[in-house]
Ligand binder design. Sequence first.
Ligand code: ADP
Ligand code: MG
Length: 589
Amino acid sequence: MRRGMFDLDEVTGRHLDWSLFRRFLRLIRPYRLSATVAMALLPLATAARLVQPFLIKVAIDRYIVPGQLTGLGGVVLLFLAAACTESLLGFWQGYLAQGVGQKITADLRSRGFRHLLRLPVGYFDRHPSGRLVTRLTSDVENIGELFGSGVAAAFGEVFSLVFVVTAMLWLSPSLTLVAFALLPLLGLILVLFRHRMRQAMRQVRARLAELNGYLAERIAGIGTVRLFGQENRTLEEFDGLQEVYRISSFAAIRWDVFLFSALETLSALAIAGILWRGGMSVLEGVATFGTLVAFLEYVQRFFAPLRKLSGHYSLLQASNASLERIFELLDQPSEACGTKAPAKGQGGVRFEGVYFSYDGSDPVLSDIDLTIAPGEMVGLVGDTGSGKTTLGRLLLRFYDPTGGRILLDDVDLGEIDPTEVRRRIGWVSQEPFLFAGTVRDNIDPLLRFGDEELLELLKKCGAWKVVERLGGLQGRLEERGRNLSAGERQLLCLVRTLAVNPSVLLFDEATSRLDAATEAVVQQQMERLRHGRTVLVIAHRLRSVQHADRIILLHRGVIREIGTHAQLLAQNGLYARLWRLQHLDINGL
Ligand SMILES: Nc1ncnc2c1ncn2[C@@H]1O[C@H](COP(=O)(O)OP(=O)(O)O)[C@@H](O)[C@H]1O
Ligand SMILES: [Mg+2]
């Protein structure tokens, strides 16, 4: 297995419990009224439940053993009333607590997603989508449960423990000692397993995210899997991940089951001890029969919440792991956000000594100095991997340069609101991406156009035929625009960019997937559109930038040649060599 790939989702072993929990409490704050009522109902419900053994004792000692019938009915009625109160309050409490839990989940999910939308693009290079999806689905659900089934329930259990212990001490201190003789052992077990349980839960969360990440990627790339007959290998890898997940889940459950059984055993031992000691006391006449019965009831009610608490404990640990993961996401700094909106400029662009590297070590762009005048059309050519797309991404502020600066209309990009940057710079990407929905939703993202105008734009760009076939502007696109060919997708992306009416146009191999006829239409349209706009055309086919005002040749991240087509040919350097190569190719066809 590729170990490195998994480490991304590991969470540090720091002990953050308390600070995590405080942040969790802050999530509850908007619902504090419901939450408080839910918490306040717990002691009442618990009291109604725990008064029942006492009523049994009264019934036995005062009425049944002395053989007195009058009054017994009253005690039975009281018992019934207590039982009914317990279930009513319990229902109300559960209803409120679960409601708060659901709201916390929904809040956290929206908050997480809102934050995700603002993270720097580089974050997504390091965090596969499937794993992020896990955080926003099952992790936030865990956290929602933490209130309803965790915190509130645990509070109830703790309260009932206190109540039970008080009642036991009041009934018979010596029997209480017998019941609690083994408690230190329980404490020891809890302390010993706390850490392991927590580690186990972290593993479970991380492994689940891994599994989801893998699934999401393979489903998206199903065609490639099939193409190379990778079904079996994919299945094996998947089984490997699944096995690791199963093992870690099982490890977590093992601790859980262990704790549960340990508690069962302790409870049985305590009951045996009380039967023995308490039975003797009754025979010696030191304690009443009713006391013994009530005591046995209380002991069981002491261990039942402990057992439940052990359940809550694992839930708490799971939520803890989920809290760590969701807060880790929320703590990621969002995209640095300048506030300036530069005066509605002409779209002049300047790169000043720009350096960039994706990983901080391998330089992708070095010492880029480039001024593009407003209205100029510049071609950017170079080998695959020479950094052309990267340069475009920097201009869009998807990434920040590691050195130097980029100016748009003489304002540093870092000082401009990134949304503003992207509104001014239109980008037709190498990888056209459309969303599921109508054609209209896709090509008019800013909702600026009426139907007529859109139709006109589509026709001008030669894209109307495609849209017509889909059923017009209301035609449906499948996920990622799957029901279109790559060229058709590219065409729609082009229309989408033009619809935003940016002052700088950035075409990244924007016509590479089009047929010659459509490309000619688009080129014509671009000629018309370029007036009053700055245009940067990235291409590997030199022919498509031949008529640019200037051509820039990028080689391994460095600008090697700048000039017009004729100048560069005359220079007889890299460009001229490339031109001859491509020209020969074309002639040879
Ligand atoms: N998201 C990324 N993370 C890390 N490295 C990348 C990323 N995108 C591109 N690169 C690297 O940067 C270099 C330049 O890529 P790119 O700008 O896409 O080249 P071009 O568009 O000229 O073909 C390539 O060597 C590629 O390996
Ligand atoms: Mg590229």
